[in-house]
Unconditional design. Structure first.
Length: 73
């Protein structure tokens, strides 16, 4: 079995997995993420999850929020 890297446990809830083949990519676009569908994106669209398609899609958000609680706006 090939060696996939080294696992180091620092704290009970924190684990770091390293691999010699891992190359971080700090700038990722939405179209590079597997479950985000970005075809036909238009100005004013929102990122909305579609449970029917099991992915995120760019479309006009149709949900109306009654109120927002918390945070700074």
């Amino acid at each position: 079995m090939p060696d996939i890297g080294k696992v180091t446990v620092f704290q009970p809830n924190r684990t770091t997995i390293t691999s010699p083949n891992y190359k971080p990519k700090p700038n990722v676009t939405l179209s590079e993420i597997n479950d985000v569908y970005t075809t036909d994106v238009q100005d004013g669209f929102s990122l909305v999850y579609s449970s029917a398609n099991n992915r995120y899609e760019m479309k006009v958000a149709t949900t109306v929020l009654a109120s927002l609680d918390g945070g700074l706006f």
